[in-house]
Design a protein around this ligand. Structure first.
Ligand code: GAP
Length: 465
């Protein structure tokens, strides 16, 4: 993780937000290469979701009517239990504090005690339940080492702000904690405007905000992030089939972009919300352990039903011929763009021994790679720079390319390997005689010689699968 973090900063993938002021916890900025990778991840998802007949895209507002969040259950239930330590003033999520303690017990081989606490944590609902575990087990604060704890309180994760000049309860709105609600409230608009009927889906990519108590692990849990969500509206009774279908689609999407089945796994939820029929996470093996990147949920008519009740507007499908009507059930796929960015970055990172030296390389699927090609003149004379620049300018019209004429070619290759550029083109003495160039493959490091006129097509064929 440290190597990936340092590479991210050094090569311009990710910077700490407001770094010159000491940073803002849980917020990150994408640099020149990061923004390309993030856009490519989003584009990959968008293409897979919307280049089909039955899914439409939307881009809805971040600020929504406050009743939306009452209907969705977020005002009442989108909370985490938190506890403060009086000595260090550190604030923790009570459940995480207990989980970390269980983990430490397991490492010490105290499995029976760990299992007993885990069982209590499973059934903990009220603040007092968490408090009883923390004080009863004398769990110390990781910062001060003391057990000087406050009570446990529930804390709502939504960021509140105000519309207009008067900051009172009548003008309060929330920054959306998920993009899905913008889809639910537009269900009927989209169905009618796009002349769709169930089964059909609505996809959206956008920012979401959560005032997480503890942010951790780089981009994994942040306060501002992006989600890629798709709600698929189906006839009641057909939801199990569609749940299986989307689980397989989403699993194959990760495999299709370079993940293997030893770094991702499916994890069904142990506990289901009362309205849910099924839920499974796709987890990735991050350097710090397994973590959820995507959730696939069969949500019944909970969301549309609640919005009908709270808005008083019908959100039904009515068959024009039979006049049969129903409120569709929903199968949701919800993946973090930022979290999958991090998963793809970790998945791509390798350190390889090449001729006794370590080469750091990002083996991205070429469609995700931020830079597709780099062009090098072997030396800065004999007409090579002019030829190289011409090829570079031509490539740059179609995809992100870089030009590098400094240092030995071996070092230039290493610089490109480190940012995951799949193809490096070198213009050398032979180019000037026969108009051919070498193209070097990032993963195999093999080189082929091809006519310079074919370079663009050669690369395009390999990145536009
Ligand atoms: N609409 C359902 C929903 O929002 P979720 O499991 O809360 O479900 C879905 O979030 C995905 O959003 C997660 O799998 C994760 O990839 C991403 N996500 C959630 N909270 C996040 C956070 N604080 N930082 C980064 N990504 C987050």
């Amino acid at each position: 993780m440290d190597s990936i973090l340092s590479l991210s900063k050094r090569r311009g993938f990710v910077f700490q937000s407001s770094e010159i002021y000491g940073g803002l916890n849980g917020c990150w900025d994408y640099g020149p290469l990061g923004v390309e990778l993030l856009r490519n991840v989003k584009e990959a998802w968008w293409r897979s979701m919307t280049l089909r007949d039955d899914v439409e895209g939307v881009d809805t507002a971040i600020l929504m009517h406050p009743r939306v969040w009452e209907a969705s259950g977020h005002v009442a239930q989108f909370t985490d239990p938190m506890i403060d330590n009086r000595t260090s003033k550190a604030r923790h999520r009570a459940d995480n504090l207990i989980e970390d303690f269980i983990e430490r017990l397991r490492k010490k081989g105290k499995n029976d005690r760990a299992a007993a606490i885990e069982a209590r944590l499973e059934s903990a609902m009220q603040p007092a339940d968490f408090h009883a575990i923390i004080t009863g087990e004398e769990i110390p604060d990781p910062v001060s080492g003391t057990t000087d704890w406050t009570e446990v309180r529930y804390f709502n994760l939504m960021f509140k702000t105000y519309v207009g000049p008067i900051a009172d309860d009548n003008s309060a709105v929330y920054l959306r904690p998920e993009t899905a609600q913008g889809i639910f409230v537009n269900f009927k608009n989209v169905m009618d405007a796009a002349r769709q009927k169930p089964p059909f889906g609505i996809a959206q990519i956008g920012k979401a905000f959560r005032n997480e108590i503890n942010t951790k692990n780089f981009l994994f849990r942040t306060r501002e992030f992006e989600q890629m969500e798709m709600q698929y509206f189906v006839e009641p009774g057909s939801e199990d089939r569609w749940f299986e279908y989307w689980r397989e689609q989403r699993w194959n999407w990760f495999l299709g972009y370079g993940m293997t089945s030893d770094v991702i796994r499916l994890k069904p939820h142990d506990k289901l919300a009362h309205y849910a029929k099924a839920a499974v996470d796709i987890e990735f093996q991050f350097p710090f352990g397994w973590g959820e990147v995507e959730g696939i949920h069969s949500r019944s008519d909970f969301d549309l039903g609640n919005h009908q009740q709270f808005s008083g507007k019908k959100l039904e499908y009515v068959d024009t011929v039979t006049k049969a009507r129903y409120t569709p059930f929903v199968v949701e796929t919800s993946v973090g763009a930022s979290r999958s960015f991090m998963a793809f970055l970790c998945n791509a990172y390798r350190e390889e021994n090449v001729g006794g030296e370590t080469r750091a390389v990002l083996k991205f699927d070429s469609r995700l790679a931020p830079v597709k090609a780099a062009v090098f003149p072997l030396v800065n004379k004999d007409g090579m720079p002019e030829k190289a620049e011409k090829i570079y300018r031509d490539l740059q019209k179609s995809f992100k390319a870089q030009y590098d004429d400094s240092g030995a070619v071996g070092r230039r290759y290493r610089r490109q390997d480190e940012i995951g550029t799949p193809f490096c083109i070198t213009i050398d003495g032979d180019t000037l005689n026969d108009d051919t160039v070498t193209i070097r493959d990032r993963d195999t490091m093999d080189q082929v010689r091809i006519p310079s006129d074919n370079v663009k097509r050669y690369i395009a064929e390999r990145i536009e699968r």
